[in-house]
Design a protein around this ligand. Structure first.
Ligand code: C2E
Ligand code: MG
Ligand code: MG
Length: 428
């Protein structure tokens, strides 16, 4: 074997060595096995707060706790590995697995009473001779499934997760062909200026209508493409499509409005997204002032420099940059502090269950955030407007623009221009 068998930091097996050894155990026909995938919550944040040295110490400590706890049972063939960062995997005996996980978690809590350290565990019981990599994927899926559920710290794999995994696999396997065959397309949702009631802009939203799977929601394919770092492919495709749709109208001498496109923060790492946007815009003769860039940011990111430089560069070149989904996470206020945006899009959660006569607290929150945006010199746009009542309230407190099903669902670009509401046109 000419690759490192042991991880330099913790001394546990490497992913490759684990896969080889665990693979042969599983193929030998041994029964009653369990694969457990462990991940530490907020490890990135921990490193940021306490430094990498403390981070490394915690990883070593976890390796020791896992090693000592699992070596206590009668089963002596445990295989323990660190796959990457804070991801640990163990192949063990099924009978004592849950009890051992509890022991590990309690021990970790007791050592760090002043910091919340949750070591999440996903459990999978492979059948005879099953593939080790697929078993690890399933254990990981179970582990990911409770990322947002803080009331439990371990979870067993079930078939629903398998469907999710199959969909993820389909998305990753078919992305290229779905773009090539235009199963993925772009629709446009109108944005309305509240002072005139006319459409002043549009947001481009990706749609995937798959011949095998039917409609796949962006809520499914966007997170998958982000997780597997393929999102830039979709975003570049969507930008090119928007530019071509736009050009088709200008070539026919038809009116147009500025269009906003959604970018992932990962695009700034995965490709030269500024160059991609520039090429698409230039090739189709679109003025930069007619394109807006929407970005959702979360504070969990360690390094804000790449994104900040990207935003500033886009703005200096003449593109407006909008902050998407403001208020959807606890991070929003800090994000406003760290970056410069031209417009803030207020997340539709602000309006969820909104009743103008009852929702006093919601009104305070919306109006004070609006005032804050104004003081920072940013424009404000409300997303998710569904009723006349919401619209009137937003208008009364001074929102400039709004978007939502009340004005129109995402539709073909030409269709949007035939809406009765009218367009604040820019002649092509
Ligand atoms: P978003 O950018 O915040 O887009 C708004 C979403 O809210 C859209 O969902 C839209 O259809 C929906 N929506 C608009 N008005 C209403 C309303 O009145 N009520 C309700 N209940 N929903 C409304 P969609 O198209 O499913 O997109 C979801 C998210 O996926 C988008 O959120 C955006 O973050 C992402 N996304 C969509 N297309 C792309 C893309 O091409 N690239 C990237 N990176 N992300 C995209
Ligand atoms: Mg958006
Ligand atoms: Mg949004």
């Amino acid at each position: 074997m000419n690759f490192p068998e042991h991880d330099g930091l913790t001394g546990l097996l490497t992913r490759r060595a684990f896969n080889e050894r665990a693979g042969s155990v599983m193929h030998s026909g041994e029964k009653g096995l369990a694969v457990v995938w462990f991940n530490l919550d907020n490890f990135k944040m921990f490193n940021k707060r306490f430094g990498f040295t403390r981070g490394d110490e915690i990883l070593k400590e976890i390796a020791l706790i896992l090693g000592s706890t699992f070596s206590h049972d009668e089963y002596s063939n445990n295989l323990l590995a660190r796959f990457s960062d804070d991801n640990f995997v163990i192949l063990t005996d099924w009978a004592s697995v849950e009890m051992n996980i509890d022991v590990v978690q309690e021990y970790l809590y007791s050592l760090h009473e002043n910091v919340t350290l949750r070591l999440r565990a996903g459990i999978y019981f492979p059948s005879d001779g099953e593939d080790i990599r697929a078993s690890c994927d399933r254990a990981k899926l179970a582990c990911d499934a409770i990322r947002k559920n803080h009331s439990v710290s371990s979870c067993m794999f079930h078939d629903g997760m398998s469907r999710e995994l199959a969909l993820q696999q389909h998305i990753l396997d078919h992305l290229d062909s779905a773009m090539m065959n235009e199963y993925i397309t772009v629709l446009y949702q109108p944005i309305v200026r509240l002072s005139t009631g006319k459409i002043c802009e549009a947001e481009a939203l990706a749609r995937w209508n798959d011949p095998e799977r039917g409609f796949i929601s962006p809520g499914e394919f966007i997170p998958t493409l982000e997780q597997y770092r393929e999102i830039h492919k979709l975003d570049i495709y969507a930008i090119k499509k928007v530019c071509r749709d736009y050009r088709a109208r200008t070539e026919r001498g038809l009116p147009i409005v500025p269009v906003s496109v959604n970018l992932s923060r990962l695009d700034f790492e995965l490709c030269d997204i500024i160059r991609e946007v520039e090429m698409a815009v230039m090739m189709n003769n679109i003025p930069r002032g007619m394109m807006r860039i929407e970005i959702t940011e979360s504070i969990n990111e360690e390094d804000t420099t790449v994104l900040n430089l990207g935003i500033e560069k886009f703005r200096a070149m003449g593109y407006q940059v909008w902050m998407d989904d403001f208020g959807s996470g606890y991070s929003s206020l800090n994000v406003l502090k760290d970056y410069n945006f031209d417009t803030i899009k207020f997340d539709m959660k602000f309006l969820h269950g909104f009743d103008v006569n009852k929702s006093e607290k919601a009104k305070y929150i919306i109006s004070s955030n609006l005032e804050m945006a104004r003081l920072m010199g940013m424009q404000a746009l409300a997303e998710g407007v569904e009723t006349e009542e919401q619209l009137e309230y937003l208008r009364s407190i001074g929102f400039g623009k709004a978007q939502g099903y009340y004005f129109g669902k995402p539709m073909k670009l030409d269709e949007m221009f035939s809406l009765k509401r009218g367009i604040e046109t820019v002649s092509s």
